[in-house]
Write a protein that binds this ligand. Sequence first.
Ligand code: OAD
Length: 255
Amino acid sequence: MDMPDSPASSWVIDDRLKRLVREAQRVSVLTGAGISAESGIPTFRGDEGLWKQFRPEELASMDGFLANPRIVWEWYRFRRDVIGGAQPNDGHLALARWESLIPEFTLITQNVDGLHTRAGNRNLIELHGNLWRDRCLECGRTVEASEEVISGQAELPECNCGGRLRPDVVWFGEMLPEDEWRRADEAASLCDLFLAVGTSAVVHPAAGLPRLAKTRGAVLVEINPEATPLSGWADYTLFGPAGQVLPELLELVGT
Ligand code: OAD
């Protein structure tokens, strides 16, 4: 795998990229946990990542949930506490503003934290679900976390139908929601400019979207302080934090 060096916080927006950003009318963006890092939300991989301290097979799989729903709910409530206290950062806000400035802007996220919606993006595809929603294992109905009713002796949230509720997020081994995936595939296929922001680009199928965009003719720009499997073949890798690089790109839009 071609992994170029990633000097911390060093990026150059050259004249060609400036022109591409100014002129792009159809922009699609894929975000990962890195965009929320500057809001104080831990990422999954890397030295400080959540998957260094916690076991995904216990906390983010159907088998783990069936074996110990209480632990899984405890983990998701802990994450709601952390994320509930966080605010969208300059990276999220730049993407919301960008959407308001050009005709076609699609934001595809792997994040379940809801910060893109809070920042103001509306044409948003949440590929991995949303932490603030539950889904019934029996009837499939979705319920906002704020409407959760905890009943019975198990102290686990239940649906009106009596079925068990689970967090409405995609777990390991599960398919992505069909409609969201179709829209993401289309947005990657039909854009002029594709940004991959704050993702380690190792979790498929989301990690395949940047390559799809590039093969369909988009210019691919990666924004990440570290090198990833995308860095070797992206048109540009801007090695820096999303909260600084995105506002700098945004300044060019519409100028
Ligand atoms: P990862 O934790 O794998 O990767 C986060 C990326 O963000 C890394 O490449 C970091 O270098 C980068 N990063 C850190 N700080 C940054 C900053 N300030 N600005 C920009 N980038 C920064 O997170 P994801 O790629 O989102 O899946 O992980 C993908 C999926 O794996 C998640 O959606 C989750 C996880 O298991 C599910 O839960 C289904």
